[in-house]
Write a protein that binds this ligand. Structure first.
Ligand code: PLP
Length: 360
């Protein structure tokens, strides 16, 4: 058996050179005479690793100096609660733009902690588009405006923002490091690692420093962004192995030529796949407004649900994994994160053509 072409939505594919390096260093990391998992997070060597991971991420995303980078636990879902806890008073408005399942979840969680408002929603369109930014309803005195630039389940991606608003918080779990991003437009960017950064269990947050000074309520240290920032994300034992793999992935991103090169490749991958779907004469369909089609997650349906099982079975036999669509949308979903290369997309397109020839 060999490694498959991996289209998993998350945890998703990791770059093979990263896995190989981790494998090679599994028993003895550098000169630690132990695995990186087996040494203290306070060890000088580990602290150097943590610092270099942050420096790499700052370089890759050109993160301005007035932003802190945090490596936390709890996934993006923990942030759905921690963001309002840290940034919004209980009676303060926080605006949410609903463009899919993840933004809905984020807003729902905030409802219990502040006055969460729906600034705009494309629910009526089954989350196949993004409400025109000119029509978003922004609340007076809102703590922040929350957006989800890439909806992993619905396959909708967008970067439009109002010219003026409260600080923008963006859940970039499934789009971070997939293309260049202007950090300075956001107050907070956050991402669970398991799509484009590393293994699950670590969450990257990029937080504008002034937002750390907000004190909307008393919080235990472990829930406070400020406390984590003051302790270099080592208030308690961090997920050291995930941090280590993230550092390797950041090095890999740099070696690929950074986000400009990676973005170009991701654009090409996505364009090919959408072209194959659109060019199938209606056999495969993707309902998303072409202006907002995701480069990372490409959902598509077959003409008859009865074809789903044979499609997946054949795909697996041909060496492709993770194509089953999310139950909320049905059909298929090809997640084509950074580590799922152009060759994988070519193999998928070829398989789709072949399957259509036999079943169309
Ligand atoms: C995967 C994902 C999440 C959930 O992440 P967890 O780490 O499982 O909490 C949230 N938002 C988006 C956009 C995602 O893709």
């Amino acid at each position: 058996m060999s490694r498959a072409f991996n289209f998993s939505a998350g945890p998703g594919a990791l770059p093979e050179p990263v896995l190989r390096q981790a494998q090679q260093e599994m028993l003895e990391w550098r000169d630690a005479r132990a695995s990186v998992m087996e040494i203290s997070h306070r060890d000088k060597a580990f602290i150097a690793l943590a610092e270099s991971a942050e420096a790499s991420l700052r370089e890759i995303l050109a993160i301005p100096s007035n932003y802190k980078v945090l490596f936390l636990q709890g996934g993006a879902t923990a942030q759905f609660a921690l963001l309002p806890m840290n940034l919004a008073a209980p009676d303060q408005a926080a605006d949410y733009v609903l463009t899919g399942a993840w933004s809905e979840k984020a807003a729902k969680e905030a409802e219990t902690l502040c006055t969460a408002k729906v600034a705009a929603s494309s629910a009526d369109a089954n989350f196949t588009t993004v409400p025109d930014v000119a029509g978003w309803t922004l609340s007076e005195g809102a703590a922040y405006l929350h957006v989800t630039p890439n909806e992993t389940i619905h396959g909708v991606e967008f970067y439009e923002l109002p010219e003026r608003s409260a600080p923008v918080i963006a859940d970039v779990s499934s789009t971070i490091l997939s293309r260049p991003l202007d950090v300075s437009k956001y107050g907070v960017l956050y991402a669970g690692a398991q799509k484009n950064i590393g293994p699950s269990g670590i969450t990257v947050m990029i937080v504008r420093e002034d937002l750390l000074e907000r004190k909307p309520r008393a919080l235990p240290q472990i829930l406070s962004y400020k406390a984590h920032a003051e302790n270099q994300s080592m208030l308690n034992t961090p997920p050291t192995f995930g941090w280590y793999v993230a550092a390797l992935v950041f090095d890999w991103v740099k070696a690929q030529g950074g986000l400009a090169a990676i973005g170009e490749r991701n654009r090409r991958k996505a364009e090919k796949l959408y072209a194959a779907i659109d060019g199938s004469g209606g056999f495969y369909t993707n309902q998303v407004d072409p202006r907002y089609r995701s480069w990372m997650n490409v959902p598509f349906v077959l003409p008859d649900e009865k074809l789903d099982a044979p499609f997946l079975k054949g795909a697996e036999a041909a060496g492709m994994l993770g194509l089953k669509g999310h139950r909320a949308v049905g059909g298929m979903r090809a997640s084509i994160y950074n580590a799922t290369g152009e060759a994988a997309v070519d193999v998928l397109i070829e398989y789709m053509r072949e399957f259509q020839r036999k079943n169309g």
